[in-house]
Design a protein around this ligand. Sequence first.
Ligand code: PMP
Length: 470
Amino acid sequence: GHFLSLSAPSSAEVPRKTEADTSSETVGNPLSKGSAEGLPLLEKAKGYYWYPRNGERILDACGGAGVACIGHARKDVAQAAVAQMKAFSYVSYAHFKTKPVQEVSDWLINSTGGEMQKVYLMCSGSEAVEAALKLSREYFIWKDEPQRVNFIGREESYHGTTIGSLSASGHVVRRGPFEPILVPQFHKISSCNPYRQRRPEEDDEAFATRKAAELEEQFQRLGPDTVAAVIMEPVVGAALGCVPAVPGYLRAMKVVCEKYGALLIFDEVMCGMGRTGVLHAWQHEMVVPDLQTIGKGFAGGYMPASALLVGAKVAELMKREDRTFTHGHTYQNHPVVSATALKVQKIIQEDNLVSNVETAGHTLEQLLHKLLGNHPNVGDIRGRGLFWGIEFVQDKTTKEPFDPALQVAHQVFRTAMRDFRVLVYHGQGCAGGGRGDHIMIMPAYNMPETSILDIVERVACAVEKTFGGS
Ligand code: PMP
């Protein structure tokens, strides 16, 4: 009986909370999945707010897909982009070296303490992942191990929308129609999802050890010397909703990769670039990957920007043997993208925003537990830094997910936007074949704590209203 408003939504009888709450029809209605028809028309965005055309104001709790990490429409970033556009707006990476590309690449390499030594600048996360997969393959050709044709990814993961990156992904819903044309050399192991997988008697170490044994078994099954790379998100983003690997897990996975000579790829497109309270998610436990992808927060949405960072093992072989990666995009090493990303990174550095993520993240964590932890349909609250997921369940004890047809996460998203004027990211996860609902809270790194409280209050109201306040 606590699910009434899902089957019979009635916004009319709902107490309103936020100040700009005048016309619920003009904003969130109906925000139908997969269709842009019901979406509000955006007029401007500034700081931590979206302003649709009707003069409403929507608090931005997620920066789109965790992208807008320093807020919207900053003049200083715009100036950096325009200055570069005026100097030269485009050049092919095959024809010239440019200063913005060199500067942002050096900046990235320095930010890894020199662990990463080479940078390829691209425009989307999918492109960066695609490049990581292809470079892995080519690396083993250079190493005279051409039999390495297999890849291992994880269930409940998302690495991108192109055929290669989707093949590496375990996101059941997004793979859906393309399943028959995905690349057969991509294999899976389970994700690291303690909420649903950890056995009662298992501590972090035992859980991580069991996961490493599963990876080892997959190597054995495929033939240990046939695997080129293993790819994973250190904190699972869209597929599960901000699920960090348990302590010790990443190291245990790296040990197995090294044992069999395969590369380890960390996809930090969503969890990287400061989002979890360190610049690179691998820096929490200093487990250095061989290849790393970044995106989203890299340019904070001011430009489409991503990168593949290449670690010592691969970079040194390329240098020693003077190898060139057989790969390239028209917009690779784009000067305006690079200048803009560099400016965003300098702001993050100068304003000390990564440590702010850490501090504000603790506040966010406490508030989420306080205001949502006791709700009967909130199964799990997990995350790190300013990267938090809330998973909804029918029953807290059994952890039974909702029927996917109810689109619970979408309902929370819609209620939050329409009735409480806060934008959260929602996802129907891929646990158990497309079941599992979550929303994600990913505020800007410089958001004041009062706004973080505002977010959690509004989200708590939206959850309460969606599930009928049981
Ligand atoms: N990897 C991860 C971890 C992601 O979260 C995403 C996007 N959500 C991608 C790759 C793909 O990035 P894009 O959508 O920019 O192609």
